[in-house]
Design a protein around this ligand. Structure first.
Ligand code: GDP
Ligand code: MG
Length: 311
């Protein structure tokens, strides 16, 4: 892989002053915690707004955005440095092709990530979708299978197209709640996450509006319908994940080539299977021995003719 060019994060200056101030404050907080770089992985289906979100956060048009899903076919890492801090953000191809999870895309993402640590996963989907189905669950399962269940301790769900008018009869809040609940449910199911996996179970959901028509507040910041300025809010969520006490996911050879990472600590399963096999063999041997030694009952000897000689 070609060495990564780290440019100055000049896009930050494109943001309104209020946003810049908040972002620099967050970066300062990270430096205080001795974190001087972050690697963010952006994944999801095609056309949900992954690349647009990358561009919005970087503040430059760094990756191609397409309305017609002829999107990038390989992962790209954008690196930007600011005040001694480096932000790496990895845009990836969509995880679905022809109605199925695209295993080739997943393998490509995995090999691209070799020797990198994923600090945060942004799982992107659209707010203005109504369906959550088995395909969504299969995508989550594929991510879990590839990077281990722990990835969900390091994840946020990002919902784009946040500036929507909800369908008649539903308030924005109700629509958002319904959509988030449906998505979180599928993440919990597909990720095998139970209530006691507290971090992953309380996964944050962030709203994003990438459109140039996004409403702005009096400081010029892009705001959500609830008035929250979403770029600082997304960055804050990312930083909270980094400091939630879980570990980043190191993508090493073992993770890429090894068995399902969720089964890595289950090395004892083959041992038990082997033990059971030996036990069955042993029992079979004992039974055979017993049969051989067994003194035959009179009726059996009689039936074979051996009994006649006795009388
Ligand atoms: P990707 O395939 O997931 O990388 O999606 P893109 O970023 O290429 O976006 C697909 C299409 O959706 C493009 O036409 C974008 O302009 C549009 N889009 C992305 N995010 C938003 C958003 O938040 N709001 C609106 N209105 N359009 C968006
Ligand atoms: Mg894209």
């Amino acid at each position: 892989m070609a060495s990564q060019v780290v440019r100055e994060w000049s896009g930050i200056q494109q943001f309104p002053l209020a946003t810049q101030t908040k972002l620099l404050e967050y970066l300062g907080k990270l430096k205080q915690e001795n974190v001087d770089s972050l690697t963010i992985l952006v994944m999801g289906k095609g056309g949900v707004g992954k690349s647009s979100t990358v561009n919005s956060v970087i503040g430059e048009r760094v990756v191609a955005v397409s309305a017609f899903q002829s999107e990038a076919s390989r992962p790209v890492m954008i690196s930007r440095a600011r005040a001694g801090f480096t932000l790496n953000i990895i845009d990836t191809p969509g995880l679905v092709e022809g109605g199925y999870v695209n295993d080739r895309a997943i393998d490509m993402i995995k090999s691209f990530l070799l020797d990198k640590t994923i600090d945060v996963l942004l799982y992107v989907d659209r707010l203005d979708s109504y369906r959550v189905d088995t395909l969504d669950r299969q995508i989550i399962q594929a991510i879990t299978y590839s990077f281990g269940k722990q990835i969900w301790n390091r994840a946020a769900v990002v919902l784009t197209h946040a500036q929507l008018s909800p369908p008649d009869g539903l308030s924005y809040e109700e629509f958002f709640t319904k959509r988030s609940e449906a998505l979180l449910k599928v993440v919990h199911l597909g990720g095998g996450i139970r209530k006691q996996d507290s971090l992953a179970f309380s996964m944050p959901i962030v709203l994003v509006e990438n459109s140039g028509r996004c409403n702005k507040n009096e400081s010029g910041e892009k705001v959500l319908p609830n008035g929250i300025s979403w770029i600082p809010s997304l960055v804050k969520t990312i930083i909270d994940i980094v400091s939630n006490g879980s570990k980043g996911i190191l993508v090493d050879r073992r993770l890429i080539e090894g068995p399902n990472p969720n089964a890595q600590h289950k090395w004892w399963i083959p041992l038990i299977a082997a033990g059971q096999y030996l036990l069955v063999q042993k029992i079979r041997g004992l039974i055979k021995n017993d049969i051989a030694k067994e003194s035959k009952p009179a009726w059996e000897l009689r039936d074979t003719g051996a009994a006649k000689r006795k009388f």
